[in-house]
Design a protein around this ligand. Sequence first.
Ligand SMILES: [Zn+2]
Length: 490
Amino acid sequence: MAKKCFTFSVLFCLSAFIYAQSIEDKLVDRLVEYAQIYTQSEYDVDEVPSSQCQFGLALVLADELENLGAQNVKVDEHSYVYATIPGNVKNAPTLFISAHLDTSPDLDLQGRTPKPIVHEYTGGNLKINENLILTPEKNKFLADAAGGRVITTDGETLLGGDDKAGMSVVMTLAETLLTNKDIPHGDIRVIFTPDEEIGNSTKYLTKKKIAADFGLVLDSHGFGRIVVENFNATDFTFTIKTPSAGHPGYSSNVPPLNIATNFVSKFPEALASYNSSGKDGYLSYYKTKAVSSNEYVVYGRIRSFELNEMQLYKKMLLSWAQETAKQYNLDYITVINGKVNGSSESDASVTLNMKDSYFNSKEVLKNYPTNYSLIEQAYQKAGVQMLAESGRGGSDAGDITYLGIPTYNMFAGSHNEHSADEWVSSKQMLASYNVALNYIKLMGQQDRDAMLKEGNPNYIPQIPNLDMKRLEKVYDKISVKYGNTFSNFK
Ligand SMILES: [Zn+2]
Protein backbone atom coordinates (compact mmCIF):
# COMPACT_ATOMS: atom_id res chain seq x y z
CA MET A 1 0.00 0.00 0.00
CA ALA A 2 2.76 2.36 1.04
CA LYS A 3 4.60 1.55 -2.18
CA LYS A 4 1.50 2.24 -4.26
CA CYS A 5 1.03 5.60 -2.57
CA PHE A 6 4.65 6.40 -3.23
CA THR A 7 4.31 5.52 -6.93
CA PHE A 8 1.14 7.52 -7.12
CA SER A 9 2.65 10.57 -5.48
CA VAL A 10 5.71 10.37 -7.72
CA LEU A 11 3.48 10.18 -10.76
CA PHE A 12 1.37 12.99 -9.40
CA CYS A 13 4.43 15.16 -8.76
CA LEU A 14 5.82 14.30 -12.17
CA SER A 15 2.61 15.23 -13.96
CA ALA A 16 2.37 18.43 -11.92
CA PHE A 17 5.96 19.16 -12.91
CA ILE A 18 5.25 18.59 -16.62
CA TYR A 19 2.11 20.71 -16.34
CA ALA A 20 4.06 23.54 -14.69
CA GLN A 21 6.81 23.28 -17.29
CA SER A 22 4.40 23.60 -20.15
CA ILE A 23 2.72 26.67 -18.65
CA GLU A 24 6.16 28.22 -18.16
CA ASP A 25 6.97 27.51 -21.83
CA LYS A 26 3.72 29.13 -22.90
CA LEU A 27 4.46 32.23 -20.82
CA VAL A 28 7.93 32.56 -22.34
CA ASP A 29 6.70 31.94 -25.90
CA ARG A 30 3.99 34.57 -25.52
CA LEU A 31 6.38 37.13 -24.02
CA VAL A 32 8.83 36.60 -26.90
CA GLU A 33 6.03 36.98 -29.45
CA TYR A 34 4.43 40.10 -27.91
CA ALA A 35 7.76 41.80 -27.18
CA GLN A 36 8.54 41.74 -30.90
CA ILE A 37 5.42 43.74 -31.71
CA TYR A 38 6.35 47.42 -31.51
CA THR A 39 3.92 49.31 -29.21
CA GLN A 40 5.74 52.29 -27.76
CA SER A 41 3.33 55.04 -26.70
CA GLU A 42 4.09 58.72 -27.34
CA TYR A 43 4.16 61.64 -24.94
CA ASP A 44 2.14 64.78 -25.66
CA VAL A 45 -0.43 63.06 -27.87
CA ASP A 46 -3.95 63.53 -26.57
CA GLU A 47 -5.67 60.95 -28.74
CA VAL A 48 -5.88 57.41 -27.40
CA PRO A 49 -4.01 55.41 -28.54
CA SER A 50 -1.11 57.84 -28.84
CA SER A 51 0.55 55.52 -31.37
CA GLN A 52 -1.36 53.56 -34.00
CA CYS A 53 0.94 50.55 -33.58
CA GLN A 54 -0.93 49.66 -30.38
CA PHE A 55 -3.86 48.63 -32.60
CA GLY A 56 -1.59 46.01 -34.15
CA LEU A 57 -1.07 44.18 -30.86
CA ALA A 58 -4.71 44.73 -29.84
CA LEU A 59 -5.81 42.87 -32.98
CA VAL A 60 -3.32 40.02 -32.39
CA LEU A 61 -4.67 39.56 -28.85
CA ALA A 62 -8.31 39.78 -29.95
CA ASP A 63 -7.65 37.18 -32.64
CA GLU A 64 -5.94 34.88 -30.17
CA LEU A 65 -8.78 35.28 -27.64
CA GLU A 66 -11.36 34.50 -30.32
CA ASN A 67 -9.47 31.38 -31.42
CA LEU A 68 -9.29 30.24 -27.80
CA GLY A 69 -13.09 30.51 -27.58
CA ALA A 70 -13.53 33.74 -25.60
CA GLN A 71 -16.84 35.56 -26.08
CA ASN A 72 -17.79 39.17 -26.87
CA VAL A 73 -14.26 39.85 -28.12
CA LYS A 74 -13.99 43.49 -29.09
CA VAL A 75 -11.33 46.03 -30.04
CA ASP A 76 -12.84 49.50 -29.67
CA GLU A 77 -11.97 52.74 -31.47
CA HIS A 78 -9.31 53.56 -28.86
CA SER A 79 -7.66 50.11 -29.15
CA TYR A 80 -8.95 48.80 -25.79
CA VAL A 81 -9.46 45.02 -25.99
CA TYR A 82 -12.43 43.47 -24.18
CA ALA A 83 -13.40 39.79 -23.93
CA THR A 84 -15.41 37.49 -21.69
CA ILE A 85 -14.58 34.02 -20.43
CA PRO A 86 -17.99 32.71 -19.35
CA GLY A 87 -18.09 31.24 -15.85
CA ASN A 88 -19.21 27.73 -15.01
CA VAL A 89 -20.44 28.39 -11.45
CA LYS A 90 -23.47 30.36 -10.34
CA ASN A 91 -23.61 33.52 -8.22
CA ALA A 92 -19.83 34.08 -8.10
CA PRO A 93 -18.48 37.63 -8.52
CA THR A 94 -17.17 38.67 -11.95
CA LEU A 95 -13.44 39.36 -11.93
CA PHE A 96 -11.52 41.27 -14.57
CA ILE A 97 -7.84 40.63 -15.31
CA SER A 98 -5.86 43.21 -17.21
CA ALA A 99 -2.52 44.35 -18.65
CA HIS A 100 -1.49 47.26 -20.87
CA LEU A 101 -0.60 47.28 -24.56
CA ASP A 102 1.97 50.04 -24.72
CA THR A 103 5.63 50.08 -23.74
CA SER A 104 7.42 53.05 -22.19
CA PRO A 105 8.46 55.98 -24.41
CA ASP A 106 11.23 56.81 -21.89
CA LEU A 107 13.91 55.03 -23.90
CA ASP A 108 14.09 56.12 -27.54
CA LEU A 109 13.87 52.96 -29.65
CA GLN A 110 14.39 54.92 -32.88
CA GLY A 111 11.91 52.62 -34.55
CA ARG A 112 13.82 49.47 -33.56
CA THR A 113 11.74 46.50 -32.52
CA PRO A 114 12.95 44.77 -29.34
CA LYS A 115 14.74 41.46 -29.99
CA PRO A 116 14.11 39.21 -26.99
CA ILE A 117 16.86 36.79 -25.97
CA VAL A 118 15.99 33.78 -23.80
CA HIS A 119 18.81 32.79 -21.43
CA GLU A 120 18.87 29.52 -19.49
CA TYR A 121 19.85 31.03 -16.18
CA THR A 122 21.70 28.99 -13.58
CA GLY A 123 22.71 31.86 -11.28
CA GLY A 124 25.51 34.41 -10.97
CA ASN A 125 26.14 37.29 -13.37
CA LEU A 126 24.20 37.43 -16.60
CA LYS A 127 25.85 39.21 -19.51
CA ILE A 128 23.48 41.10 -21.82
CA ASN A 129 26.33 42.63 -23.86
CA GLU A 130 29.86 43.96 -23.31
CA ASN A 131 28.55 46.96 -21.37
CA LEU A 132 25.53 45.50 -19.63
CA ILE A 133 25.82 42.80 -17.02
CA LEU A 134 23.05 41.85 -14.61
CA THR A 135 24.42 40.99 -11.19
CA PRO A 136 22.51 39.47 -8.26
CA GLU A 137 24.00 42.21 -6.06
CA LYS A 138 22.30 44.95 -8.04
CA ASN A 139 19.20 42.95 -9.00
CA LYS A 140 17.34 41.96 -5.88
CA PHE A 141 15.27 39.15 -7.40
CA LEU A 142 17.76 37.76 -9.92
CA ALA A 143 18.95 34.97 -7.61
CA ASP A 144 15.32 33.76 -7.35
CA ALA A 145 15.22 33.45 -11.12
CA ALA A 146 17.95 30.78 -11.22
CA GLY A 147 16.84 27.42 -12.58
CA GLY A 148 14.47 29.08 -15.02
CA ARG A 149 14.84 31.33 -18.02
CA VAL A 150 15.61 35.02 -18.01
CA ILE A 151 14.48 37.05 -20.98
CA THR A 152 16.35 40.23 -21.94
CA THR A 153 17.06 42.13 -25.16
CA ASP A 154 20.49 42.59 -26.74
CA GLY A 155 20.81 45.70 -24.56
CA GLU A 156 20.05 48.08 -27.44
CA THR A 157 16.36 48.55 -26.65
CA LEU A 158 14.02 47.99 -23.77
CA LEU A 159 12.25 44.65 -23.69
CA GLY A 160 8.75 45.84 -22.93
CA GLY A 161 8.28 43.16 -20.28
CA ASP A 162 6.36 46.02 -18.71
CA ASP A 163 3.70 45.04 -19.42
CA LYS A 164 4.08 42.19 -21.88
CA ALA A 165 4.97 39.85 -19.03
CA GLY A 166 1.59 40.77 -17.50
CA MET A 167 -0.06 40.32 -20.87
CA SER A 168 1.47 36.83 -21.22
CA VAL A 169 0.14 35.91 -17.78
CA VAL A 170 -3.37 37.19 -18.65
CA MET A 171 -3.44 35.38 -22.03
CA THR A 172 -2.13 32.12 -20.55
CA LEU A 173 -4.76 32.32 -17.80
CA ALA A 174 -7.39 32.83 -20.53
CA GLU A 175 -6.10 29.77 -22.39
CA THR A 176 -6.13 27.65 -19.21
CA LEU A 177 -9.69 28.63 -18.32
CA LEU A 178 -11.02 28.26 -21.86
CA THR A 179 -9.44 24.84 -22.44
CA ASN A 180 -9.96 23.29 -18.97
CA LYS A 181 -13.67 23.49 -18.40
CA ASP A 182 -13.37 21.57 -15.14
CA ILE A 183 -11.80 24.54 -13.32
CA PRO A 184 -14.68 26.18 -11.46
CA HIS A 185 -14.75 29.96 -11.84
CA GLY A 186 -17.13 32.88 -12.23
CA ASP A 187 -17.30 35.11 -15.31
CA ILE A 188 -13.89 36.55 -16.16
CA ARG A 189 -13.44 39.74 -18.14
CA VAL A 190 -10.17 40.16 -20.03
CA ILE A 191 -9.14 43.76 -20.72
CA PHE A 192 -6.08 45.27 -22.40
CA THR A 193 -5.58 49.02 -22.19
CA PRO A 194 -3.51 51.43 -24.32
CA ASP A 195 -1.28 54.33 -23.20
CA GLU A 196 -0.69 53.33 -19.58
CA GLU A 197 2.86 54.69 -19.71
CA ILE A 198 1.64 58.19 -20.51
CA GLY A 199 -1.15 58.13 -17.94
CA ASN A 200 -4.12 57.72 -20.27
CA SER A 201 -5.04 54.06 -19.93
CA THR A 202 -8.20 54.57 -17.90
CA LYS A 203 -9.37 57.60 -19.88
CA TYR A 204 -12.07 55.69 -21.76
CA LEU A 205 -12.79 52.98 -19.21
CA THR A 206 -16.17 52.95 -17.50
CA LYS A 207 -17.70 50.61 -14.99
CA LYS A 208 -20.14 49.50 -17.65
CA LYS A 209 -17.41 48.68 -20.16
CA ILE A 210 -15.35 46.76 -17.61
CA ALA A 211 -18.49 44.95 -16.42
CA ALA A 212 -16.88 43.28 -13.40
CA ASP A 213 -17.20 43.33 -9.60
CA PHE A 214 -13.50 43.04 -8.69
CA GLY A 215 -10.26 43.40 -10.60
CA LEU A 216 -6.64 42.32 -10.85
CA VAL A 217 -4.15 44.31 -12.92
CA LEU A 218 -0.93 42.42 -13.78
CA ASP A 219 1.45 45.35 -14.07
CA SER A 220 3.67 45.56 -11.02
CA HIS A 221 7.39 44.91 -10.94
CA GLY A 222 9.43 42.81 -8.54
CA PHE A 223 8.63 39.34 -7.31
CA GLY A 224 5.61 38.91 -5.04
CA ARG A 225 4.78 42.61 -4.99
CA ILE A 226 1.16 43.70 -4.74
CA VAL A 227 0.17 47.34 -4.52
CA VAL A 228 -2.36 47.75 -1.74
CA GLU A 229 -2.59 51.53 -1.72
CA ASN A 230 -1.59 54.66 -3.59
CA PHE A 231 -1.26 58.35 -2.70
CA ASN A 232 -4.11 60.74 -2.14
CA ALA A 233 -3.43 63.63 -4.49
CA THR A 234 -4.38 67.29 -4.58
CA ASP A 235 -2.95 69.66 -7.17
CA PHE A 236 -2.84 73.39 -6.67
CA THR A 237 -2.08 76.65 -8.41
CA PHE A 238 -1.35 79.96 -6.72
CA THR A 239 -2.07 82.90 -9.03
CA ILE A 240 -0.85 86.40 -8.30
CA LYS A 241 -2.43 89.33 -10.14
CA THR A 242 -1.13 92.82 -9.52
CA PRO A 243 -1.90 96.23 -11.00
CA SER A 244 0.57 97.11 -13.74
CA ALA A 245 4.09 96.91 -12.36
CA GLY A 246 4.82 100.31 -13.90
CA HIS A 247 8.17 101.77 -14.90
CA PRO A 248 10.84 100.10 -12.75
CA GLY A 249 12.60 103.43 -12.34
CA TYR A 250 9.57 105.14 -10.76
CA SER A 251 7.00 102.55 -9.66
CA SER A 252 6.80 101.20 -6.11
CA ASN A 253 4.41 98.35 -7.14
CA VAL A 254 5.78 94.95 -6.21
CA PRO A 255 6.05 92.75 -9.34
CA PRO A 256 4.19 89.41 -9.14
CA LEU A 257 7.45 87.49 -9.50
CA ASN A 258 8.64 88.88 -6.15
CA ILE A 259 5.36 87.95 -4.50
CA ALA A 260 5.62 84.43 -5.96
CA THR A 261 9.17 84.17 -4.62
CA ASN A 262 8.00 85.23 -1.19
CA PHE A 263 5.20 82.64 -1.31
CA VAL A 264 7.43 79.70 -2.30
CA SER A 265 9.97 80.66 0.37
CA LYS A 266 7.38 79.57 2.96
CA PHE A 267 7.55 75.93 1.82
CA PRO A 268 9.67 73.92 4.27
CA GLU A 269 12.46 72.16 2.43
CA ALA A 270 11.78 69.18 4.69
CA LEU A 271 8.36 68.62 3.11
CA ALA A 272 9.63 68.78 -0.50
CA SER A 273 9.00 65.78 -2.77
CA TYR A 274 12.74 65.12 -3.08
CA ASN A 275 13.03 64.73 0.69
CA SER A 276 10.09 62.35 0.88
CA SER A 277 10.18 58.56 0.60
CA GLY A 278 8.49 55.42 1.90
CA LYS A 279 5.27 56.34 3.67
CA ASP A 280 6.00 60.10 3.83
CA GLY A 281 3.79 62.53 2.00
CA TYR A 282 4.96 65.82 0.51
CA LEU A 283 3.94 69.39 -0.15
CA SER A 284 5.88 70.86 -3.07
CA TYR A 285 5.82 73.43 -5.83
CA TYR A 286 7.35 72.33 -9.12
CA LYS A 287 6.81 75.07 -11.69
CA THR A 288 6.20 78.80 -12.01
CA LYS A 289 4.87 80.55 -15.07
CA ALA A 290 4.61 84.19 -16.06
CA VAL A 291 1.23 84.69 -17.77
CA SER A 292 2.01 88.38 -18.28
CA SER A 293 4.08 91.02 -16.51
CA ASN A 294 1.13 91.40 -14.07
CA GLU A 295 0.30 87.78 -13.54
CA TYR A 296 2.32 84.91 -12.18
CA VAL A 297 1.30 81.32 -11.40
CA VAL A 298 2.95 78.79 -9.05
CA TYR A 299 2.08 75.12 -9.60
CA GLY A 300 2.32 72.49 -6.89
CA ARG A 301 1.29 69.14 -5.50
CA ILE A 302 0.15 67.67 -2.21
CA ARG A 303 0.56 63.92 -1.78
CA SER A 304 0.01 61.65 1.19
CA PHE A 305 -1.29 58.19 2.04
CA GLU A 306 -3.27 59.68 4.92
CA LEU A 307 -6.27 62.00 4.50
CA ASN A 308 -5.47 63.76 7.76
CA GLU A 309 -1.99 64.60 6.56
CA MET A 310 -3.56 65.93 3.34
CA GLN A 311 -5.72 68.21 5.46
CA LEU A 312 -2.72 69.47 7.35
CA TYR A 313 -0.88 70.38 4.15
CA LYS A 314 -3.99 72.08 2.75
CA LYS A 315 -4.32 74.09 5.91
CA MET A 316 -0.67 75.13 5.68
CA LEU A 317 -1.12 76.25 2.07
CA LEU A 318 -4.23 78.23 2.90
CA SER A 319 -2.47 80.03 5.73
CA TRP A 320 0.53 80.92 3.54
CA ALA A 321 -1.74 82.20 0.78
CA GLN A 322 -3.70 84.34 3.20
CA GLU A 323 -0.50 85.68 4.77
CA THR A 324 0.81 86.63 1.32
CA ALA A 325 -2.42 88.45 0.45
CA LYS A 326 -2.23 90.42 3.68
CA GLN A 327 1.42 91.28 3.31
CA TYR A 328 0.94 92.78 -0.17
CA ASN A 329 -2.55 94.13 0.42
CA LEU A 330 -4.15 91.92 -2.24
CA ASP A 331 -7.60 90.31 -2.32
CA TYR A 332 -7.59 86.73 -1.08
CA ILE A 333 -9.51 84.21 -3.18
CA THR A 334 -9.75 80.45 -2.75
CA VAL A 335 -11.13 77.89 -5.17
CA ILE A 336 -11.48 74.51 -3.49
CA ASN A 337 -12.65 71.73 -5.78
CA GLY A 338 -14.33 74.36 -7.96
CA LYS A 339 -16.00 76.24 -5.10
CA VAL A 340 -15.01 79.92 -5.29
CA ASN A 341 -14.63 82.06 -2.18
CA GLY A 342 -13.91 85.74 -2.83
CA SER A 343 -14.23 87.96 -5.90
CA SER A 344 -12.65 86.35 -8.93
CA GLU A 345 -12.99 89.70 -10.79
CA SER A 346 -10.27 91.34 -8.72
CA ASP A 347 -7.10 92.35 -10.61
CA ALA A 348 -5.13 92.84 -7.40
CA SER A 349 -5.39 89.42 -5.83
CA VAL A 350 -3.94 86.07 -4.96
CA THR A 351 -5.96 82.96 -5.78
CA LEU A 352 -5.24 79.57 -4.28
CA ASN A 353 -6.91 76.90 -6.39
CA MET A 354 -6.81 73.38 -4.91
CA LYS A 355 -8.32 70.38 -6.62
CA ASP A 356 -8.42 66.80 -5.38
CA SER A 357 -7.05 64.66 -8.17
CA TYR A 358 -7.28 61.09 -6.86
CA PHE A 359 -7.65 59.21 -3.62
CA ASN A 360 -5.85 56.33 -1.93
CA SER A 361 -7.42 53.09 -3.16
CA LYS A 362 -6.98 51.70 0.36
CA GLU A 363 -9.94 53.84 1.47
CA VAL A 364 -12.17 51.64 -0.69
CA LEU A 365 -10.23 48.35 -0.64
CA LYS A 366 -10.23 48.17 3.17
CA ASN A 367 -14.01 47.86 3.05
CA TYR A 368 -13.72 44.49 1.26
CA PRO A 369 -11.89 42.24 3.75
CA THR A 370 -12.98 39.00 2.05
CA ASN A 371 -11.41 40.12 -1.23
CA TYR A 372 -8.13 40.87 0.54
CA SER A 373 -8.16 37.52 2.32
CA LEU A 374 -8.67 35.76 -1.04
CA ILE A 375 -5.54 37.49 -2.33
CA GLU A 376 -3.61 36.38 0.77
CA GLN A 377 -4.82 32.79 0.36
CA ALA A 378 -3.97 32.85 -3.35
CA TYR A 379 -0.35 33.76 -2.51
CA GLN A 380 -0.18 31.20 0.27
CA LYS A 381 -1.44 28.35 -1.91
CA ALA A 382 1.07 29.29 -4.61
CA GLY A 383 3.90 29.36 -2.05
CA VAL A 384 4.78 32.92 -3.02
CA GLN A 385 5.70 35.49 -0.40
CA MET A 386 3.29 38.40 -0.59
CA LEU A 387 4.97 41.82 -0.52
CA ALA A 388 2.22 44.36 0.14
CA GLU A 389 3.50 47.76 -0.91
CA SER A 390 2.41 51.38 -1.08
CA GLY A 391 2.60 52.94 -4.53
CA ARG A 392 3.97 56.50 -4.42
CA GLY A 393 1.82 57.80 -7.24
CA GLY A 394 -1.56 57.24 -8.79
CA SER A 395 -2.37 53.99 -10.54
CA ASP A 396 -4.71 52.32 -12.96
CA ALA A 397 -5.87 49.98 -10.24
CA GLY A 398 -6.57 53.01 -8.04
CA ASP A 399 -8.54 54.77 -10.80
CA ILE A 400 -10.58 51.64 -11.50
CA THR A 401 -11.19 51.11 -7.78
CA TYR A 402 -12.81 54.58 -7.79
CA LEU A 403 -14.92 53.63 -10.79
CA GLY A 404 -16.53 51.26 -8.27
CA ILE A 405 -14.52 48.09 -8.93
CA PRO A 406 -12.08 47.22 -6.11
CA THR A 407 -8.84 46.37 -7.91
CA TYR A 408 -5.30 45.34 -6.94
CA ASN A 409 -2.14 45.63 -9.04
CA MET A 410 0.11 42.58 -8.84
CA PHE A 411 3.63 41.58 -10.00
CA ALA A 412 4.11 39.76 -13.31
CA GLY A 413 7.83 38.89 -13.21
CA SER A 414 9.43 41.88 -14.95
CA HIS A 415 12.29 44.02 -13.61
CA ASN A 416 14.30 47.18 -14.45
CA GLU A 417 11.38 48.58 -16.43
CA HIS A 418 11.83 51.37 -18.97
CA SER A 419 15.52 50.60 -19.47
CA ALA A 420 17.86 48.61 -21.70
CA ASP A 421 18.72 46.17 -18.91
CA GLU A 422 15.11 45.15 -18.45
CA TRP A 423 14.66 41.45 -17.65
CA VAL A 424 11.82 39.00 -17.06
CA SER A 425 12.02 35.74 -15.11
CA SER A 426 10.06 32.74 -16.41
CA LYS A 427 9.76 31.36 -12.87
CA GLN A 428 8.36 34.63 -11.59
CA MET A 429 5.89 34.91 -14.47
CA LEU A 430 4.78 31.41 -13.52
CA ALA A 431 4.46 32.46 -9.87
CA SER A 432 2.30 35.40 -10.96
CA TYR A 433 0.17 33.04 -13.08
CA ASN A 434 -0.24 30.62 -10.16
CA VAL A 435 -1.29 33.33 -7.70
CA ALA A 436 -3.76 34.80 -10.20
CA LEU A 437 -5.22 31.37 -11.03
CA ASN A 438 -5.67 30.62 -7.32
CA TYR A 439 -7.40 33.98 -6.89
CA ILE A 440 -9.74 33.20 -9.80
CA LYS A 441 -10.56 29.78 -8.32
CA LEU A 442 -11.14 31.21 -4.82
CA MET A 443 -13.31 33.97 -6.27
CA GLY A 444 -15.35 31.26 -7.99
CA GLN A 445 -16.28 29.83 -4.58
CA GLN A 446 -17.69 33.12 -3.26
CA ASP A 447 -21.18 34.49 -3.21
CA ARG A 448 -21.28 37.68 -5.26
CA ASP A 449 -23.93 39.45 -3.20
CA ALA A 450 -22.21 38.68 0.10
CA MET A 451 -18.86 39.96 -1.18
CA LEU A 452 -20.30 43.14 -2.64
CA LYS A 453 -22.36 43.85 0.44
CA GLU A 454 -19.20 44.26 2.51
CA GLY A 455 -18.50 47.69 1.07
CA ASN A 456 -20.04 50.36 -1.09
CA PRO A 457 -18.52 50.22 -4.59
CA ASN A 458 -19.49 53.85 -5.21
CA TYR A 459 -17.88 55.04 -1.99
CA ILE A 460 -16.03 58.36 -2.12
CA PRO A 461 -13.88 59.00 0.95
CA GLN A 462 -15.17 61.72 3.20
CA ILE A 463 -12.29 63.99 3.97
CA PRO A 464 -12.27 64.39 7.74
CA ASN A 465 -12.99 67.83 9.14
CA LEU A 466 -9.93 69.65 10.31
CA ASP A 467 -9.16 68.25 13.72
CA MET A 468 -6.42 70.55 14.99
CA LYS A 469 -5.44 68.20 17.81
CA ARG A 470 -4.96 65.34 15.36
CA LEU A 471 -3.16 67.61 12.91
CA GLU A 472 -0.85 68.80 15.61
CA LYS A 473 0.07 65.17 16.25
CA VAL A 474 0.73 64.56 12.56
CA TYR A 475 2.76 67.72 12.41
CA ASP A 476 4.74 66.74 15.49
CA LYS A 477 5.71 63.55 13.70
CA ILE A 478 6.97 65.64 10.81
CA SER A 479 8.72 68.06 13.20
CA VAL A 480 10.61 65.29 14.90
CA LYS A 481 11.82 64.13 11.55
CA TYR A 482 12.60 67.49 9.99
CA GLY A 483 12.97 69.92 12.86
CA ASN A 484 10.03 72.20 12.03
CA THR A 485 7.53 73.25 14.61
CA PHE A 486 3.78 73.45 14.33
CA SER A 487 3.76 77.11 15.37
CA ASN A 488 5.73 77.93 12.19
CA PHE A 489 2.52 77.93 10.26
CA LYS A 490 -0.23 78.48 12.86
ZN1 LIG B 1 3.41 48.91 -16.80
